[in-house]
Design a protein around this ligand. Sequence first.
Ligand code: PNS
Length: 172
Amino acid sequence: MTSLAQGLERNGGTALCPGSYDPVTFGHLDIIGRAASVFDQVIVGVVDQPVRKQKTVFTADERVAFIEPEVAELGNVQVKTFGTLLVDFAREHGARAIVKGLRAISDFEYEFEMNQLNRKLAPDIESIYLMATPQFSFLSSSGIKELAMFGGDTSGLAPDAVAEALQERLQK
Ligand code: PNS
């Protein structure tokens, strides 16, 4: 058997889908669902406080609570918060893969840098990128926050509970 064939025989193991998820969008849920169809287990890692971004609108517990009901029916997805290095969190949960979504070229530079840093820290953990489904390729958490702030309609972009919470918290 070739090494490639041996590789294909292995099961998918555990993948980590990390992010700020402030708040989760249908774009994130698409990536999580696709990861869950390839890997045996998926851990959605919600960072407590992202270092490179402004203070989050929602607490980590709120962000987890938005995601949990949306992934419940997948059956192999758990949602957890973390406040450590991503690769340490991945190791803690036996994840050998970090799965992230890529929407446009503009995502590439940031993801490339993160990839190199994570690779330096943990060469044994592979980062894998899923291309956004076209209908979600324009969608971002910042975009829906801005929409909500100015009273725009966020339905169809994020779960109803998120759209309602955004309206309540951000609408001027
Ligand atoms: O959704 P985001 O904001 O792109 O997610 C960013 C996240 C959570 C992946 C990133 O902030 C992160 O990995 N934070 C943990 C600290 C870390 O390990 N940073 C990368 C190496 S310095």
